[in-house]
Ligand binder design. Structure first.
Ligand SMILES: Nc1ncnc2c1ncn2[C@@H]1O[C@H](COP(=O)(O)OP(=O)(O)OP(=O)(O)O)[C@@H](O)[C@H]1O
Ligand SMILES: [Mg+2]
Length: 291
């Protein structure tokens, strides 16, 4: 049986609506991920990505269905799950180390101050912020603030890390650097991560699996795309990999056309058995063999 460290089981989200009584954002959504995997969700604005992430975080409740992480149903927020938002959400009156230490001491309440600070420092070093421990958020660049958010999230050794477009507000250069750091850290620590992005290349670089959601209302998970690129991929060389364009085109085609028409065309959509695909370029020798 596949390892379902994260298991989203038939969730729906509905809101009361003036027009017809109920607005269904999505329903009967099933999705699972094994431990240590990096999953990215891609879909158009409003399809319900943040809602799914918030339900996983325990910050929102599904109208139907359950979400299970490491064998336990989610019933509310927990320090087992760390969230990194698009806006850094740091405490402005605390320093860098103060922000990280606050999370650490919330998780391990019996630790003394020295142990908390030493642990917080370890994660500040991990994200390359040593030397800036005593700065306050107002003294930091956008990239540095996001690094503090990452250090804070990782410092509580969460079972899962949830990220909602964490790099989208950053300039391209800083975004690239943080993507590199995130990838290095996730590979080193085996951190299970679920991330939302609108950036196709970001998903191709970071994710093991890419979840494609159709447009709302009544959005569905249409496909799970397995990343065919090697684990040791480098950001600068992505486009040189023979499978890169096949993968990228597949995702772009989905966003441009299939995400809108899926409901009419996929008559036999089975939400519990969503197709798993690994778009790959046709090997040159196979082309030759066929001709
Ligand atoms: N409190 C609410 N009442 C009614 N509808 C809501 C409420 N909160 C969110 N929605 C609707 O739920 C849908 C999904 O919202 P969500 O924020 O999850 O989308 P998203 O996929 O994250 O979009 P984006 O890419 O723009 O961040 C949207 O259509 C939104 O209008
Ligand atoms: Mg969102």
């Amino acid at each position: 049986m596949a390892d379902k460290f994260i298991s989203i089981e038939g969730i729906a989200k509905r809101y009361p609506s003036a027009a017809n009584g109920t607005a269904t954002i999505f329903e009967n959504l099933w999705l699972s991920m094994p431990r240590g995997e990096f999953g990215c969700v891609i879909g158009h604005s409003g399809c319900g990505k943040t809602t799914v992430l918030n339900i996983l975080a325990g910050l929102d409740k599904a109208t139907e269905g359950v979400v299970i992480v490491d064998g336990q149903a989610i019933e509310g927020p927990s320090l087992d799950r760390a969230v990194i938002f698009q806006s850094h959400a740091l405490l402005p009156w605390r320093t860098v180390i103060g922000n990280v230490a606050y999370a650490v001491s919330s998780k391990w309440r019996h630790w003394n101050k020295a142990k908390v600070l030493a642990h917080a420092q370890e994660f500040i070093n991990l994200v390359g912020l040593s030397g800036s421990e005593h700065k306050r958020p107002s003294e930091l660049s956008g990239g540095m603030k996001q690094r503090v958010g990452i250090a804070r999230a990782l410092s509580i050794t969460p079972k899962i890390m949830l990220m909602d477009e964490p790099f989208s507000a950053l300039d391209a250069l800083t975004r690239g650097t943080l993507q590199d750091e995130m990838r290095r850290i996730c590979l080193e620590t085996g951190q299970t991560t679920f991330m939302i992005t609108h950036d196709v290349d970001e998903a191709i670089y970071l994710a093991d699996k890419i979840f494609l959601m159709t447009n709302g209302p009544k959005a569905v998970l249409a496909e799970v795309v397995e990343n065919p690129l090697p684990k040791d991929r480098a950001r600068a060389d992505l486009h040189r990999h023979p499978h890169y364009y096949a993968l990228r085109n597949h995702i772009i085609d989905f966003l441009v056309t299939r995400s809108k028409t899926y409901a009419e065309t996929a008559k036999h959509h089975d939400p519990r058995n969503v197709p798993v695909v690994a778009p790959a370029a046709i090997e040159p020798r196979l082309v030759n063999a066929a001709t």
